[in-house]
Design a protein around this ligand. Structure first.
Ligand code: CIZ
Ligand code: SF4
Length: 298
C-alpha cells in the first residue's frame, strides 16, 4: 500500500479530517479534505463532525482549530512548524501596552493562543479592514506591520502598529514584480497585504489567498503574477487549468513546507502531535476568534 492509500485508510479508521492551508506542499494539498486560508480552515474546523482534525499548516492555525473544537483531537503533524511572525508578539509586553494605552487589541490570526486571549478581536487578511472599521475608538494592531499599514489606507481610526512581519512576504521586492512584469506584460498583478507597501503599490489587486483565488476565477484575464507564498500557485493552477499563474521563485515559507506526506502519515499512525492549550486560555481566546468568524470576509 502506498503512503496516500495508507493515509486514506487511517483517516477513515480514525474518523479524521485533513485540513491544509493554501501554502502547503502540493502532495499535502492533494490528500486534504479541505484547502483554504486560515479563515476558511477555521470555519471548516468549527463545523466538522470528524473526531480528529489533522491540521496541515503552522502552529497558530492548529491552535485556532483546537480553540474552536476543544472537545476534538487536533493533530499538528510537525510540532516545529511555528510561524515566525506569530512568535514576534510577546504576550506580556502586549498586555502591558494594552493597559498603558487603554486601547482594544486586534490580533491578526497569525498569533499564539496566549496573544488571542488578550485580544478583543481577531482578524485575518480577508477581513482586517472590516474588523478595524468596526472599532472606531482605535486599536493596537498585532503583529503584522505591513497588513496594519495596508488597513490604514482605508480607515481613519487610530492604529498602533506592532513591528512584526512575515519573512517570506518581506523578502518580495518591487524589482521581483517589475522583472516578472517584463516577462509577462499582460499578467494581472495580485499581492498579499503582508507584502511591503512598495510591492502593494505595484499590484492591480491586493487580497488574501482566498481573495486571490476568487478574483482569478471571476476575472477575464488569463495570466496572473502572484505575490504570495508559492503553494497558492499549485492550488490555482489545479482549479483553473486554462489560466497561467506566475509565483516568485523565492517566495517559499520554510515553516509551511515542514509538513510532508510522511509527517501526515506518521501523525495519523501515532496520533501525534496533539495540540494542547490550557482551558482558561481556550475560554478567553475563543471569543475574539468567534467574532472574527462572524465578521466574514471584507
Ligand atoms: O489567513 C491566512 O490564511 C494567511 C496567513 C494568508 C492568507 O491570506 O490566506
Ligand atoms: Fe508565517 Fe509568513 Fe509562513 Fe505565513 S508565510 S506561516 S506569516 S512565516
Amino acid at each position: 500500500m502506498d503512503k496516500i492509500e495508507k493515509i486514506k485508510k487511517l483517516k477513515k479508521e480514525r474518523n479524521a479530517i485533513i485540513l491544509a492551508h493554501n501554502y502547503q506542499r502540493p502532495e499535502v494539498q492533494d490528500v486534504a479534505d479541505y484547502i483554504g486560508d486560515s479563515l476558511g480552515l477555521a470555519i471548516e474546523a468549527s463545523k466538522t463532525d470528524a473526531s480528529v482534525i489533522v491540521f496541515c499548516g503552522v502552529d497558530f492555525m492548529a491552535e485556532s482549530a483546537k480553540i474552536l473544537n476543544p472537545d476534538k483531537i487536533v493533530l499538528h503533524p510537525e510540532k516545529h512548524a511555528r510561524c515566525p511572525m506569530a512568535a514576534m508578539v510577546d504576550a506580556v509586553a502586549l498586555k502591558k501596552l494594552k493597559e498603558e494605552k487603554k486601547m482594544d487589541v486586534v490580533a491578526y490570526v497569525n498569533t499564539t493562543a496566549e496573544v488571542k486571549a488578550i485580544a478583543d478581536m481577531c482578524c485575518t487578511s480577508a477581513n482586517a479592514v472590516k474588523v478595524v472599521k468596526s472599532m472606531p475608538d482605535g486599536v493596537i494592531f498585532v503583529p503584522d506591520e505591513n497588513l496594519g499599514k495596508y488597513v490604514k489606507r482605508f480607515v481613519d481610526n487610530e492604529m498602533i502598529l506592532w513591528p512584526g512581519f512575515c519573512p517570506t512576504h518581506q523578502a518580495m521586492s518591487p524589482e521581483d514584480i517589475i522583472e516578472m512584469k517584463k516577462e509577462h506584460p499582460h499578467a494581472v498583478v495580485m499581492a498579499h497585504p503582508e507584502c511591503m507597501p512598495d510591492v502593494i503599490d505595484l499590484a492591480d489587486k491586493v487580497a488574501s489567498t482566498e481573495g486571490m483565488v476568487k478574483y482569478a476565477k471571476e476575472s477575464d484575464a488569463k495570466e496572473f503574477i502572484v505575490a504570495t507564498e508559492i503553494g497558492l500557485c499549485y492550488r490555482m493552477k489545479k482549479e483553473m487549468p486554462d489560466k497561467e499563474f506566475y509565483c516568485i521563485s523565492h517566495a517559499v515559507c520554510p515553516t509551511m513546507k515542514k509538513i510532508t506526506l510522511d509527517s501526515v502519515l506518521r501523525s495519523l499512525e501515532k496520533m501525534q502531535y496533539e495540540v494542547k492549550i490550557p482551558e482558561d486560555v481556550i475560554e478567553r481566546a475563543r471569543k475574539p476568534l468567534m467574532k472574527m468568524i462572524e465578521m466574514g470576509r471584507d
